[in-house]
Design a protein around this ligand. Structure first.
Ligand code: NAP
Length: 463
């Protein structure tokens, strides 16, 4: 993206902001739509919030997201607040309003979750909903469920007073006619988390809105009782990393359907972007950004190295152990071409095969996440391939000595490059040429002569 005098600045204010995924969304959309705006994180302390908002306006910043710990307090420094954000009591998006010389606040978390459930075909109208948690995110969930016409909402929290306070506010809004209920009795019922057994309804829609189960505490869950999960027909975990939390696994195990809320994150960003630029982002672009987001949250592992260096064996092992997809690029190419690599070499020559490899990498770069990719030995040699491999994921070079390689592949007659008088010599010659390339392309080198399989896996997963 070329920065010019017309480029507009967007940003995120919060603390911490280092791990934000929002630049993937906003800069991705700008790039894809040819809009000259850049999105950057701004680390802002509580003490500097007021000045930061004022300064942002003076610096002509078009719009901002707001994250922890400022989502409530920021409301004191805005010139206008969208009604639903006011009711929820939290703002995560600021839109510049020139006439009022400041920013208007919105809650696109709520709108993002609403768009996700619609896309996932979840209909809340007249359903009994259970919300686990009563923190900032849970407030947006309660509001969204009331907008969508839930018949009853059980709000469960460890600190029951927080659930009571949210329920009081929301039930008041119901009585004030904010939502379209005819019966104005209490819809939101606060409960202590441990009292979940008192819920007798079946076919529940449950939102998991606590922070329990977040990576790396993947096995934690706030309620562990099968009796609870048997009552759930749909379960949405606001946590998206890991992709499948223990909560989602339990929902699926007991016959319900579980979802994570990565799309909520995606859509809160897309809706903010649409508000800032007063445009609609197309479905095609949203789908592309979603893939990029998934690649960032659930990154790929790329294995490179000489033939026989163990890429497929290591790749399959990681894939089984960590539930990641496994792609062997040679097998992938053979399946797509409908013939073996030897046959492609024989029919179309090495140059054509190398071109097919590049096209394959470009395809994988656009479509793959949470996968382990074992690459053909010659793949990193083309500079365009090297660039694509780095884009696809973290690149590990599996090294094995010439002697080890020879022992592993000497009886394999399917390898075109070794069909010669002196295969060992050929291996030494090719290794001499390729090793510097493998080293340059990789993020990390692992000597497979020195480490056994568990040690290799530990190095990769621990890095
Ligand atoms: P928060 O305001 O800090 O609230 C945390 C919630 O978790 C509270 O209800 C808290 O209960 C509960 N909790 C924490 N530790 C607990 C424990 N040991 N046992 C039982 N309950 C516990 O956080 P938030 O902003 O609402 O976020 C909640 C979750 O939603 C986070 O995991 C966040 O990543 C996720 N989220 C996702 C999206 C998205 O786009 N997908 C957006 C926003 C948030 P107490 O009140 O008793 O402490």
């Amino acid at each position: 993206m070329e920065i010019s005098g017309l480029t507009r600045t967007l940003g995120l204010i919060g603390n911490p902001v280092e791990h934000t995924l929002s630049p993937v969304i906003h800069n991705g959309v700008s790039e894809r739509m040819g809009i000259s705006s850049v999105y950057v994180p701004f680390k802002v302390d509580k003490t500097g919030l007021k000045e930061a908002i004022k300064g942002a306006y003076e610096l002509n910043i078009l719009g901002m997201n707001v994250t922890v710990p400022h989502k409530n307090e920021v409301m004191d420094y805005l010139v206008d607040i969208d009604t639903s954000a006011k009711h929820i009591g939290a703002v995560n998006t600021l839109v510049r309003v020139e006439e009022k010389h400041g920013y208007k606040g919105y809650n696109t978390d709520m709108l993002g979750l609403r768009r996700q459930i619609k896309e996932d075909g979840i209909d809340i109208k007249n359903r009994t909903v259970v919300i686990l948690g009563a923190g900032g995110a849970a407030k947006a969930v309660v509001y969204m469920c009331l907008l969508e016409g839930a018949s009853k909402i059980y709000l469960l929290n460890r600190t029951v007073e927080k659930a009571e306070s949210i329920a009081d506010n929301m039930n008041d809004y119901v009585r004030d006619g904010v939502f379209s209920y005819k019966d104005l009795s209490d819809i939101v019922i606060p409960m202590q988390m441990s009292d979940y057994k008192q819920i007798e309804d079946m076919e529940l829609i449950v939102f998991q809105a606590t922070s329990i189960g977040l990576h790396p505490h993947n096995d934690d869950v706030v309620i562990d009782d099968p009796g609870f999960y048997e009552k759930i027909s749909l379960g949405i975990d606001l946590i998206y990393n890991p992709a499948e939390t223990r909560f989602i696994k339990l929902v699926n195990q007991y016959g319900g359907k579980g979802y994570n809320a990565l799309k909520m994150l995606l859509y809160q960003g897309i809706i903010a972007y649409e508000l800032w630029h007063d445009i609609t982002v197309s479905k095609e672009i949203i789908d592309e950004i979603y893939i990029k987001l998934k690649q960032k949250v659930y990154p790929n592992i790329v294995l490179i190295g000489f033939m026989g260096s163990g890429k497929s064996t290591v790749g399959k092992y990681i894939s089984d152990e960590y539930g990641m997809d496994f792609i062997d690029t040679d097998t992938f190419i053979e399946e797509r071409a409908g013939k073996s690599i030897s046959q492609i070499f024989a029919d179309e020559g090495e140059a054509t095969f190398r071109k097919i490899e590049t096209d394959t990498l470009a395809y994988l770069n656009d479509n793959l996440y949470n996968a382990v990719i074992a690459t053909g030995g010659g793949m990193p040699l083309r500079p365009e391939n090297a660039k694509l491999l780095k884009e696809i994921g973290k690149v590990y070079y599996l090294f094995a000595s010439e002697k080890t390689i020879y022992e592993r592949v000497k009886d394999d007659h399917t390898r075109p490059l070794l069909q010669c008088e002196d295969p060992f010599n050929k291996i030494c010659e090719l290794m001499g040429q390729r090793r510097p390339v493998y080293e340059a392309v990789s993020d990390m080198e692992i000597d497979t002569d020195e480490h056994d399989m568990p040690a290799i896996i530990n190095i990769i997963k621990g890095s």
